[in-house]
Design a protein around this ligand. Structure first.
Ligand SMILES: *Cc1c(COP(=O)(O)O)cnc(C)c1O
Length: 460
């Protein structure tokens, strides 16, 4: 092949401007130029490897795929049809109207974030949330940080640095997203003293481990797994009594932040609540804001006022401090609990929706899909099992309903990908070689959009 011929084919490729024009104003100019340039570079490589010059249309198609991939990398909403209520990879839990209104009010105005309106003097960033949290749980005091990992880190660094902290080997957990208890412990400067075995730890194990260097006993809720069979662990109440008798702190990381009363039902069976952890005598209780509490990402520390005061003076707090928008959303969340109306929080609304209502929505969705795509594609309502997720209640599931999809010519993997690549991505499950859309985690306001997105994905 002559070099003249190669040059002619390279010259025949369209210009960046031309591809940008063909793409239309679908994104900012810088992004359009970038994807056009990459698509043309790709065409150049093909030509240099001996292929005929791709047509402009082929290069535009290539650029459009790059543009779609670019969009998928940006932060954006997705429809969670996985049936996993607290889905860490999908942003844990959605917030509701009131939480968003609270964020908007504080974000778009000055506020009394650190200003005492009574006296007209400098105030405390944590005082508003503290007053709601203490009213709600009966705790003496409270502090809010960026997430529960930060809460545990602050407690250990603030109260246990260079001292020993006793923890059961059955509770040396890793929570998704790199929260590993031994690593948090070492980052805090506290020395971890492991007691017991993976499946069994007894009160005597803790007793024997206490020395004059012991600062605390730490109990961690093994949120995302459960040890079954020949097991033993020590109840929080007994650990609290032991800690009190020996003059050390008892810290209880309950993780998911279940506050009573939330809704009842199978979701909360076996999950330690914040209220009970405090009643059982923990000096400090830590948990997340965006798990079963149903609020924004935050880490909450509740317990004895003298300990919380020490933490509030710790320099690390400045680094872990929570943003005013989070505090606004948290306040609205706590207000729903104080009003005894957790149904206002999307998490609890989704968790407590009766299966019959989900069944009705599933049948409706299946029918809409079938009407639009014909009955070669099977869209069927079916009973499913949803889970709490996010490291809560690993062994409990909730009866739910969803729609399963099977296509005579397409693999489940290709349908799953088409759903994920839609204008609004839909994330689903694959079960027994069917695509399953679980409605437990789909907000009713998303049903219509979901139907359209599924139809588009099936017709691709
Ligand atoms: C989830 C969890 C954490 C980590 O909380 P984040 O808010 O994600 O930082 C720590 N401990 C327990 C027991 C948990 O369940």
């Amino acid at each position: 092949m002559g070099s003249d011929d190669l040059n002619a084919r390279l010259r025949s490729l369209p210009s960046v401007d031309r591809i940008v024009t063909e793409l239309g104003g679908a994104a900012s100019p810088a992004v359009l130029v970038d994807v056009a340039r990459r698509a043309i570079d790709h065409a150049r490589h093909l030509v240099r490897d001996g292929a005929p010059a791709p047509t402009s249309a082929a290069i535009v198609t290539d650029a459009r795929a790059l543009l779609d991939a670019h969009r998928r990398r940006l932060l954006g909403p997705v429809i969670n049809a996985t049936g996993v209520l607290i889905h860490t990879n999908l942003g844990r839990v959605p917030l509701g109207e009131e939480q968003i209104d609270a964020i908007r009010a504080i974000a778009t105005s000055y506020s009394n974030l650190e200003y005492e309106l009574d006296s007209g003097t400098r105030g405390d960033r944590y005082s508003h949330a503290r007053s709601l949290l203490t009213t709600l749980t009966g705790a003496e005091s409270a502090l809010v940080v960026n997430n529960n990992a930060a809460a545990v880190l602050l407690v250990l660094a603030g109260l246990c640095r260079d001292k020993e902290v006793i923890v059961s080997r059955g509770e040396l957990i890793e929570i998704g997203g790199e929260f590993r208890l031994p690593d948090v412990m070492s980052a805090s400067g506290a020395r971890m003293v492991e007691v017991g075995t993976t499946n069994r730890t007894h009160l005597a194990d803790y007793e024997k481990a206490i020395t004059q260097n012991t600062a605390a006993i730490l109990k961690v809720h093994p949120s995302n797994y459960s040890v079954v069979g020949f097991t033993a662990s020590v109840a929080a109440r007994e650990l609290a009594r032991l800690a009190l008798g020996r003059g050390v702190c008892f810290i209880h990381d309950v993780g998911s932040g279940l506050i009573e009363p939330s809704g009842r039902g199978p979701l909360i069976e076996g999950e330690p609540s914040v209220n009970v952890a405090l009643e059982d005598g923990a000096d400090l209780v830590t948990f997340s804001g965006d798990k079963l509490l149903g609020g924004p990402q935050a880490g909450l520390i509740l317990g004895r006022a003298r300990l919380v005061e020490r933490l509030a003076k710790h320099p690390l707090l400045r680094a872990l401090r929570v943003d005013k928008l989070t505090l606004a959303a948290l306040e609205a969340t706590l207000q729903a609990y104080l009003d005894g109306d957790t149904y206002r929080l999307p998490l609890w609304r989704m968790a407590l929706t009766p299966p019959e209502e989900l069944e009705r929505r599933a049948r409706d969705l299946a029918e809409r899909i079938t009407l639009a795509v014909g009955d070669t594609v099977k869209a069927e309502a079916q009973a499913t099992r949803a889970v709490a997720g996010g490291g809560s209640l690993p062994t409990t599931d909730l009866s739910s309903w969803g729609v399963s999809l099977t296509h005579p010519e397409r693999s489940t993997a290709s349908i799953e990908r088409a759903l994920r690549h839609g204008v609004v991505p839909v994330v689903c499950r694959i079960e027994d070689d069917r695509v399953v859309l679980d409605l437990r985690t789909v907000l009713p306001s998303q049903d219509e959009n979901l139907a359209n997105l599924v139809v588009v994905a099936l017709q691709e």
